[in-house]
Design a protein around this ligand. Structure first.
Ligand code: HEM
Length: 336
């Protein structure tokens, strides 16, 4: 008799719990155990939960197109619309903030001894051509790429849908076609400057002394200092990674699947954001950050005092070879 009462209590308890669960979450209670995918009112969410992917049949030969949705695709969409925008915003706005802060506290790094009025050749015409070709492609690739990531939330509200479509179409053409001269530029940069960009002990010392950026120190450097070598390798490796992943996207399904294409897009986008941030720092130091730096890539020559302060070992070597003889390299505009 006692056992019967215990059983009865257990059954009543279980029924009470079930009733509670059903009233607490009516949505869950209505969830069917199996979904009929052909039913017109079935929701996308229910289908995905049930089948993991929404697939159909078609007469198109490309069987990949039969899959309309799959969980990995939703993860990718979340990456593209949320995570990537955060990565981009933090990287780009973060570096801009650091640069503005640095400029406001340190100001422009001046040529402390003043200009000597005598110059030395730093980059020849071919080197400058390669630099500017790669840089101008980079700027257009960056802006047209950022349009893919941020265009909809930031630009579309400011213009008509037709104007946004036309701009995006041109931006996409530019992104695809300028990838070729950009890749050529990265390869040429790798080849023409590799000799001066192998890291060595001089760079360790240069970094240890903060590159002389914070105080008024001038750690000796060869043709390229530690910071410039860092930029060089970012361009070579970052440019290489952006190009490789980019071509995987431009030429889809040559040995890739939807999943590997999504991975390539993620790699491409993250590399691009970090690359843009690094190049903003490079552009800063080459323009308003340091007196006398821009002309190295502009006219191709630098003031002797600039070279003495920032690349003392290189200047010594050039002097030994006679290249820094002021009579051999007269300044085009003395006292400039
Ligand atoms: C050889 C070089 C490159 C190639 C072949 C390439 C190709 C591509 C392709 C095919 C896409 C996808 C476009 C789409 O979804 O319709 C893309 C996206 C993108 N690219 Fe490039 N690209 C290259 C270099 C660069 C560089 C140097 C940058 C940055 C300066 C960059 C930034 C971006 C960005 C931000 C996106 C958008 C990512 C996203 O929102 O998913 N790309 N690129």
């Amino acid at each position: 008799m006692m056992a019967l009462v215990v059983h009865f209590r257990t059954i009543v308890g279980a029924l009470a719990l079930l009733a509670l669960a059903l009233t607490a979450s009516p949505a869950a209670a209505q969830q069917p155990n199996s979904v009929d995918p052909t039913k017109s009112a079935v929701s996308e969410e229910q289908l995905l939960q049930q089948f993991k992917a929404i697939q159909g049949k078609s007469r198109i030969p490309d069987t990949k197109s039969y899959t309309l949705e799959q969980p990995a695709g939703r993860d990718w969409r979340h990456f593209h619309e949320v995570t990537l925008r955060w990565i981009g915003a933090v990287a780009i706005l973060g570096i801009l903030l650091v640069l503005v802060g640095f400029y406001l506290t340190r100001g422009m790094v001046r040529i402390e001894a003043g200009r000597s009025g005598q110059v030395i050749v730093r980059f020849n015409a071919f080197e400058r051509f390669v630099h500017w070709m790669t840089a101008s492609c980079f700027v257009i690739l960056g802006l047209s790429g950022l349009n893919i990531t941020f265009g909809r939330p930031l630009l579309l509200p400011l213009m008509s849908p037709e104007a946004f479509t036309a701009w995006s179409e041109w931006a996409k053409y530019a992104h695809n076609y300028l990838s070729f001269p950009f890749t050529l530029g990265v390869i040429l940069i790798f080849l023409i400057w590799i000799a001066g960009n192998i890291p060595n002990r001089v760079d360790v010392e240069w970094f240890r002394r903060g590159g002389g950026l914070l105080g008024h120190d001038h750690p000796p450097a060869e043709r390229f200092n530690g910071g410039q070598k860092l930029i060089y390798w970012i361009v070579v490796l970052g440019g290489g990674a952006a190009a490789f992943s980019g071509y995987v996207l431009i030429f889809p399904f040559y040995g890739t699947t939807v999943e590997t294409m999504q991975e390539a897009e993620m790699v491409h986008a993250i590399v691009a954001m970090l690359f843009i941030a690094a190049m903003l720092a490079h552009i800063y130091i080459g323009t308003i950050g340091m007196e006398g730096a821009f002309e190295a890539m502009g006219s191709g020559t630098v003031d002797l005092n600039w070279a003495k302060e920032h690349h003392a070992l290189w200047l010594e070597e050039q002097s030994r070879q006679g290249a820094a003889d002021p009579r051999a390299q007269p300044s085009a505009t003395p006292g400039e």
